[in-house]
Design a protein around this ligand. Structure first.
Ligand code: GTP
Length: 602
């Protein structure tokens, strides 16, 4: 294959602007799938993706296309749209030379449109501005072109118009991909070197990798090694993803291919696969830096399932390099893990995938953002080696007398909203301890607002609240803005005098009373009545800030059966005891497990 005929590109857009639909059309036009109505989001393979209608994983498809009597190989890398999965986007653009920058001609520029545009710019990618959904009666391509011009200085005559749904303009778009995006700049005559951009676990073949070949060529059966060690492996599997696997014998620089070295062959994102004779030194794999926004404890619902859950987490983490996993243990929940996520949706999707793809059920503790502390006197506390420590688990926050300074993570939030909601959005952001930055007009109806906000006020339910305040019209995206000094304390929850570890949180002092009251009243609503009285207390430094009581009550599920049929009675009692297993028991008080997450939502 001739490198000058390869194009590696990706489609980037705000969520729901039509990436997956456009990918379906590209697969049809290039003959991968038969045209027809049943082709809906062919690249969204995971069960979660189909159920939620969102793309979670970036997927690749190598497509053949003939243009001006020449054969081209187009490598499309489909990317997720949601903020939580932006590291998948970052990863896929590393193998690309250009992007189709898709904007809904009806909705116009949204918060994530701004984010993906700056991502493409930062990576020096060729941008093909494309308006989608021009078939909609309310589409206003001229207005959106004006928005693109005013925010990104994109000239209107370079913007393409398509309908991914109807297929309009898609052949012209492919031609633009071929004529505007350059072929990859790679060195075909150097030794083989490929960087790994994704990995997944295959039951029979071991770790499979998606690799971008940066130089040389490789054939099945050749000796290879990882950049991170000197061990020799044999390249066992080599295939194009179309998106189904198409085994090939040889691949060359510029291509994006699937590689695998068998069950013991290894491979991880950020590593490189080299020809065994390569003179390159050993270098530790450098996975792309990921900033975790929320942490939660994951524990088996029963310690007997520890091995199974451990296995499931390991396999899933291999396919989701954005999570960080460290071992954790708790007196109440036993051995488990502290897992870092990019956001709450990511956490949700991770636990859903654990269940669906690995049949592993888990208990989750309340999510927390990472805080930073500066310890008084350099070696005051044993577990912290330096003067500064990142606290990912509120239970590990040392006593306040040992802390010199607290820091909490902040973000720059970008909100694009219709002008009539400026007041409501400002109130929301100020209420969430936000500081406004200058805003700019998108057009005469829409404005782009920016705020510096504490991450803890954003991760849990900010997006949902913003959507409901603005009838769904505002969009939101955020970027890391580092740690800022803050005033924080640890708040505990006691149930009948016993600490509920899952509910310990770190709280901003201005929020203490509010959070304490909210937490106890919510818990009162959520904890079912029990045989004994339940006292719920929110406590800071030994002082009770808020207290609620649930009166005792005896639930007799068999009462209405008048002592009749014995088997029926037994069955009901059995159901009741199975229900109890889904509960977490503290001082004989049963708490439904979903309480730990739900209780934090406002
Ligand atoms: P994520 O994968 O979650 O980021 O979404 P996406 O950008 O891939 O969007 P998707 O392709 O799932 O499309 C979102 C919705 O817009 C779907 O209901 C599509 O049917 C619809 N849609 C996509 N393209 C068009 C189009 O050209 N015209 C019309 N009328 N609807 C479209």
């Amino acid at each position: 294959i001739d490198v000058s005929k390869i194009r590696n590109f990706s489609i980037v857009a705000h969520v729901d602007h039509g990436k997956s639909t456009l990918a379906d059309r590209l697969l049809e036009i290039t003959g991968v799938i038969k045209p027809g109505n049943e082709n809906k989001q062919v690249l969204d393979k995971l069960q979660v993706e189909r159920e939620r209608g969102i793309t979670v994983k970036a997927v690749t498809a190598s497509l053949n296309y003939t243009y001006n009597n020449e054969q081209y190989l187009l490598n499309l890398i489909d990317t997720p749209g949601h903020v939580d999965f932006s590291n998948e986007v970052v990863r896929s653009v590393r193998a690309c030379q250009g992007v189709i920058f898709l904007v809904d001609a009806n909705e116009g520029i949204q918060a994530q449109t701004v984010a993906v545009h700056s991502l493409a710019k930062r990576n020096n990618l060729v941008i093909i501005p494309t308006l989608n959904k021009v078939d909609l009666p309310r589409a206003n391509p001229e207005n959106v072109k004006a928005q693109l011009k005013s925010l990104f200085h994109i000239e209107p005559d370079t913007v393409l118009s398509i309908s991914a749904k109807k297929g309009w303009g898609v052949p012209e778009l492919i031609e633009a991909v071929i004529s505007r995006i350059p072929a990859p700049t790679v060195e075909v005559n150097k030794p083989f070197r490929a960087s790994i951009i994704d990995t997944w676990h295959d039951k029979f073949r071991g770790i499979m990798c998606l690799a971008y070949i940066e130089s040389g060529s490789v054939e099945v059966g050749e000796n290879v090694r990882w950049r991170s060690d000197s061990k020799q492996h044999v390249l066992k599997y080599l295939a194009l993803l179309r998106p189904h696997e198409e085994p090939i014998k040889k691949a060359v620089a510029g291509q994006v291919v699937m590689v695998g070295c068998g069950p013991k062959g290894g491979g991880c994102v950020g590593d490189e696969l080299l020809s065994f004779e390569s003179a390159d030194g050993i270098k530790v794999a450098s996975a792309p830096a990921v900033k975790h926004m929320v942490y939660a404890g994951i524990f088996p619902s029963d310690q007997s399932q520890h091995t199974q859950l451990s296995d499931a987490i390991r396999k899933l983490a291999l396919n989701d390099s954005a999570v960080s996993v460290t071992v954790d243990s708790s007196p109440a929940l036993g051995q488990g893990w502290r897992v870092g996520f990019l956001g709450l949706l990511h956490l949700d999707v991770f636990t859903q995938r654990l269940l669906q793809e690995h049949k592993a059920e888990a208990i989750l503790t309340a999510p927390s953002v990472p805080y930073k502390i500066k310890v008084k006197g350099s070696k005051a506390i044993k577990q912290f080696k330096g003067e500064e420590a990142i606290i990912t688990n509120p239970l590990q926050l040392p006593d306040s007398q040992n802390i010199e300074e607290y820091y909490e993570p902040f973000v720059i939030g970008t909100i694009i909203t219709p002008v009539e909601y400026i007041g409501a959005v400002t109130t929301l952001c100020v209420d969430r301890r936000g500081t406004p930055l200058p805003s700019s007009a998108v057009d005469d109806k829409m404005t782009m607002m920016q705020f510096i906000l504490p991450l803890s006020e954003v991760v849990i339910d900010f997006h949902d609240t913003l959507k409901s305040l603005t009838s769904g019209f505002a969009s939101f995206d955020y970027q890391d803005h580092g740690f800022h000094p803050s005033s924080l304390v640890r708040m505990d929850v006691l149930i009948n005098g016993l600490l509920v570890e899952e509910l310990t949180t770190i709280v901003h002092t201005s929020r203490l009373e509010y959070n304490a009251r909210k937490l106890t009243t919510k818990l009162k609503e959520m904890i079912p009545r029990q045989m004994v009285q339940v006292a719920i207390q929110a406590v800071v430094g030994g002082k009770v800030l808020s207290r609620e009581t649930i009166k005792a009550y005896r639930k007799d599920v068999t009462a209405k059966l008048y002592g009749g049929d014995v088997t029926r009675r037994k069955k009901l009692l059995k159901q009741q005891s199975e229900g109890k297993k889904k509960m977490r028991s503290i001082a004989n008080i049963k708490i439904p497990r979903n309480t730990f997450i739900d209780v934090l939502k406002r």
